[in-house]
Design a binder for this molecule. Structure first.
Ligand code: 6PG
Length: 255
């Protein structure tokens, strides 16, 4: 089942996403002793959400010692580089939480090439994710952004990673950026229990129209690959991104 939460702007998007994620974590922690595995998205849209999670971290009811932080993808840069997804998440969220280094599984980028980084990261995930679904580790919640070319994580159009059917994490050469990325694969993402897409701003309207109403072509529009096998997909979109688009009739719109 796919649900849609429509926000007036990116600030309200962050608030709605923060309460959604807080509820997921608190409910999980009431029901299970297993750590809540949360894969963070890169890019800029989720930053406001991370800042809000940090600001509400003491009052949220979340036991942060029982959250495992992962990443959906990473750029091929050191963690102190301005483009690092891990750096953004540390500055906006992780540095402000009462957590131990062992709870943070960043994709290795220091002194290893992308292929080795992907192999190392996959073996870490195999160690830390206790449940598997169809041969893939089950992550409790994966946060995703979407580019204006309909890519998500580092699953870019017409790249080799789109064809991966067994690996959990791969190195992916992105021609248009002339760089390697490390990314979770679509089958790993689709094994998740909850997937949240955060899409905001007028630059995403065309991509959102293609995602929801365009021709089915995952090679050109990789975000179309994201269909949870058993889990729930939630779109957090702001009105600027939706801008007159028809909401797919099978989506449950949550006010
Ligand atoms: C990355 C992200 C990428 C991002 C989208 C949207 O490493 O760049 O994982 O998939 O989520 O490009 O980015 P914005 O939120 O900045 O528009």
């Amino acid at each position: 089942m796919t649900q849609l939460i429509l926000a007036n702007d990116v600030g309200q998007l962050a608030q709605q996403a923060c309460s959604w994620l807080t509820q997921l974590i608190v409910q999980h922690q009431k029901a299970s002793q297993a750590p809540f595995s949360l894969a963070l998205a890169g890019g800029s849209t989720p930053k406001a959400l991370y800042q809000l999670l940090a600001a509400t971290s003491k009052s949220s009811g979340i036991d942060w010692s029982r959250v495992l932080f992962l990443w959906g993808d990473e750029r091929n840069v050191a963690i102190d580089h301005a483009d690092s997804n891990a750096r953004m998440a540390h500055e906006a969220l992780l540095n402000h939480l009462p957590i131990l280094p062992d709870q943070i599984l960043a994709m290795p980028t220091d002194g290893v090439d992308a292929k080795m980084a992907a192999e190392l990261y996959e073996s870490k995930l195999r160690e830390r994710l206790q449940v598997q679904r169809g041969g893939f580790g089950v992550i409790d919640c994966i946060l995703l952004g979407m580019g204006d070319d309909v890519h998500t994580a580092s699953l870019f159009p017409e790249t080799a990673a789109l064809k991966e059917t067994t690996r959990w994490v791969v190195a992916n050469y992105v021609d248009k950026l002339s760089t390697w990325r490390v990314t979770m694969t679509a089958p790993l993402i689709n094994a998740a229990t909850n997937i949240g897409f955060f899409i905001a701003g007028p630059s995403k309207t065309a991509a959102l129209k293609t995602l929801w109403h365009g021709p089915q072509n995952v090679e050109l529009y990789p975000s179309q690959m994201i269909r949870p096998v058993d889990g729930e997909l939630t779109f957090f979109v702001d009105s600027a991104a939706v801008d007159g688009l028809t909401i797919p009739p099978d989506f449950r719109t949550v006010k």
